[in-house]
Design a protein around this ligand. Structure first.
Ligand SMILES: *Cc1c(COP(=O)(O)O)cnc(C)c1O
Length: 500
């Protein structure tokens, strides 16, 4: 990589008068814009030759890391392979060039796709109907909680505004509840990492008249299956609350176990995790929300339905009191091309193969956990599901932290795991390999993790000062968060600083 040679910013490569374009011959004569519409000064644009532009951006793209470059065990994020067939389908002109205001009669194929994905998600989860409108997991949580609130209001139960959230939950759970105007009640985890039933019983007892719902992630953020779900759902339902399932990490459950059968009433799924659509860097997501039978009327609209062999879009009607309405104004039927990719993934695996996703992701996670537990502290012993958490190095005497190990992994060409989350352990390192990786790739990662543990014992400074091979080494992330500099300050020829 020639970053040094070709510069870090295109502006730094600029030379007055260099050009990378040529315009066709002017056949229309010379016309001036009215002076009031013209700039007073030329725009400050980089001036470069074509080759420099091509090399600059090609080298920059090589600094990016994705699942197509290497192993990406980012726990909770399910960085699974995104098969190119998904992209091919999303690029079909009939999908990519669709206009959101096209008459339904000319978009039957697209509507059928939405409908079939709704049905496929119902089959996978046991729910009765799905909305594909929410555009991320957190947006799904908010939508789901609005549905729950609407349900209670429809029964004249306005005071039910409290939501129980386990302390191991993803940060979006309490945040979504707060955005929805609900009050969060935290319930503790046991030392085995599961919901503490005794604590739950007392929280429910104290709040049973105001209880709206309990949110649960299963497998939870420690990668553990919450074995007490039948008892928990019974407890919450008896108190008049609904059960919300955070299905962002549905991967290990595909075709194996269904949230509706466990007693959950409302749930969301992250298509951009479990159903293999690319994510990260703020790319488009999709967080469909499903409801059990009896709650369909509360789903947001617009919604695709099948009537007399034709697909129709149901819009919110003024008379409907309890549908949560359009929760994604301007985006019509959700992030459509993400939906195309997810349905492609489901159909290309099929009913039988989709059942292999869960067991393989669980096997891979357990293989890594068991292979590394002599070098890394495993706070919760036993079988995990698709991911697990280490609490830093087992031998902490060298002072090498989880941050150091994560940085050192970059030198060896691996993406770091999720670190310092969940908050239950100080040196958390959350590893999720997904089902796609070969044994050789996983063995390679295991041997590098052993190597880093050995370096921590023998030459700790190498680990503490990592990374050594990346374009930049450690950044001051506190400073970057508190004083972000988001624009480039350019020196212009008259030595005045301009730009923003
Ligand atoms: C990723 C995740 C979310 C949030 O999903 P976004 O699409 O990032 O908003 C919520 N809950 C869990 C358990 C997750 O892993």
């Amino acid at each position: 990589m020639n970053n040094k040679l070709y510069g870090n910013l295109i502006f730094e490569l600029s030379h007055p008068g260099r050009r990378a374009y040529s315009l066709p011959k002017n056949e229309f004569g010379h016309h001036e814009l009215p002076s009031g519409q013209r700039r007073e000064k030329d725009a400050e644009l980089p001036e470069c030759d074509e080759m420099t532009v091509v090399r600059h951006y090609t080298n920059m793209s090589g600094n990016n890391f994705g699942v197509d470059n290497g192993f990406y065990p980012l726990g909770s994020c399910t960085m699974k392979y995104n098969p190119p067939i998904n992209e091919e389908m999303a690029a079909l002109p009939a999908f990519g060039a669709l206009h959101p205001l096209q008459p339904e009669s000319t978009a039957q194929g697209a509507l059928e796709m939405e409908y079939r994905l709704q049905k496929a998600l119902c089959a996978i989860t046991g729910m009765s109907d799905f909305t594909l409108n929410p555009c991320a997991g957190a947006h799904g949580e908010l939508t789901g909680l609005m549905i729950i609130r609407s349900y209670h209001q429809s029964r004249g139960d306005e005071r039910r505004i409290k939501v129980i959230v386990p302390d191991s939950a993803h940060g979006t759970n309490p945040a979504s509840a707060a955005v929805c105007g609900l009050e969060v009640l935290e319930v503790k985890s046991t030392e085995n990492g599961l919901v503490d039933l005794d604590d739950l019983r007392s929280v429910v007892e104290e709040n049973k008249d105001d209880l709206a719902a309990m949110m649960m992630t299963n497998p939870n953020t420690l990668g553990l299956f919450e074995k007490d779900i039948p008892e928990i759902t019974q407890l919450i339902h008896a108190a008049g609350g609904l059960m919300y399932y955070d299905g962002a990490n549905l991967n290990p459950m595909l075709g194996i176990a269904r949230p509706a059968d466990m007693g959950f009433d409302v749930m969301h799924i992250n298509l951009h995790k479990t159903f293999s659509t690319p994510h990260g860097g703020g790319g488009p997501g999709s967080g469909p929300v499903g409801v059990r039978a009896g709650l369909e009327t509360f789903l947001p609209k617009p919604h695709v339905v099948l009537k007399d062999g034709r697909y129709e879009v149901e819009n919110p009607a003024a008379t409907e009191e309890y549908s949560v309405g359009n929760n994604h104004v301007g985006a019509f039927l959700g992030n459509f091309l993400v939906i195309v990719r997810a349905l492609t993934y489901i159909l290309s695996l099929g009913k039988e193969n989709i059942k292999k996703v869960g067991p393989l992701s669980v096997l891979n996670a357990n293989y890594i956990k068991e292979s590394l537990k002599d070098d890394y502290e495993l706070p919760i012993i036993g079988v995990c599901k698709h991911e697990f958490v280490f609490n830093g190095l087992k031998d902490k005497s060298s002072g090498v932290t989880t941050m150091d190990v994560a940085k050192r992994l970059l030198d060896y060409g691996y993406h770091a795991p999720t670190i310092y989350f969940p908050l239950l352990f100080h040196e958390a390192m959350m590893i999720e390999p997904t089902e796609n990786e070969s044994k050789e790739t996983i063995d390679g990662f295991i041997s590098v993790m052993h190597k880093i543990a050995k370096e921590a014992r023998e030459t700790p400074d190498v680990v503490k000062t990592a990374p050594h091979t990346t374009p930049i080494t450690r950044v001051d992330d506190v400073l970057a968060a508190k004083h972000p500099i988001l624009t480039y300050r350019q020196m212009v020829s008259d030595n005045q600083t301009s730009g923003k």
